[in-house]
Design a protein around this ligand. Structure first.
Ligand code: 6GU
Length: 227
């Protein structure tokens, strides 16, 4: 899978993909993340990429021309399945959206800054708008990093233990059960006996029960959709 990220701050998108699973995904050739600086594509002097908004009001808006030039350059090189715009007024991102996007071949992600991008780019190029939650970030980059991470770890071959994504919170619509590691007794705080019993069926049942209990306590609305 190839992801092209359009940004005015490519530096913000270095570290999130340079470690751990995202690093491994790229080293294994399963994921390619490329960043493109909008400033390198502007036809305006002094690398201008934003301007005052028509109608007045505080805050700058990203101009359509540099974005259109960059999007069209990329689209002339390969076919893209989605052109995503990161914006707080987009569709709320969740595991289902991550699963769907992980099946795509090539996607473009546009990160907005300032007051956002000229609406004509949204109307004529963007196929999907994503928000990562009901709060406002200063730009789309951190949100894009969240989305790419959530997608990237789902690509077949990225996880070392191929099964472990299946046990994630949300992957089956439930929160994950509690987990423990050594020592079995830490300052008198002991691991639940059942995890030490060695019976996989019993352990599985306990985890399922804990998942349901946690979900009922913390996110009861998640249980509504399940049978
Ligand atoms: Cl995608 N962008 C910005 N700027 N703020 C956000 C967001 C995105 N999602 C939640 N808040």
């Amino acid at each position: 899978m190839r992801i092209d990220i359009i940004t005015v701050l490519p530096e913000l998108l270095v570290s999130p993909f340079a470690h751990s699973m995202m690093k491994r995904a790229q080293e294994r050739g399963l994921l390619e993340v490329l960043t493109h600086n909008v400033r390198d594509y502007t036809p305006y002097r002094q690398a201008q990429v934003d301007d005052y908004q028509f109608g007045g009001g505080a805050g700058m808006v990203m101009m359509p021309e540099p974005l259109a030039i960059l999007i069209e350059k990329l689209q002339s090189e390969r076919k893209y399945d989605e052109v995503i715009y990161m914006t707080p007024d987009g569709d709320l991102f969740n595991q289902k959206a991550a699963n769907t996007l992980s099946l795509k071949e090539n996607i473009i992600i546009i990160c907005g800054h300032y007051k956002g991008i000229d609406d004509r780019i949204r109307q004529h190029y963007v196929t999907r708008e994503i928000s990562i939650g009901d709060y406002v970030l200063s730009g789309g980059e951190l949100a894009a990093a969240v989305v790419v991470d959530a997608i990237g770890r789902l690509l077949p071959g990225v996880l070392n233990d191929e099964m472990s994504a299946l046990f994630d919170s949300f992957q089956d619509g439930l929160l994950a059960p509690p987990v423990y590691t050594r020592p079995a007794d830490f300052r008198g705080w002991v691991v639940p006996d059942i995890l030490l019993c060695g019976d996989p069926k019993k352990i599985d049942d306990w985890r399922q029960e804990q998942s349901l209990k946690r979900t009922a306590e913390r996110r009861p609305e998640l249980l509504k959709g399940l049978e």
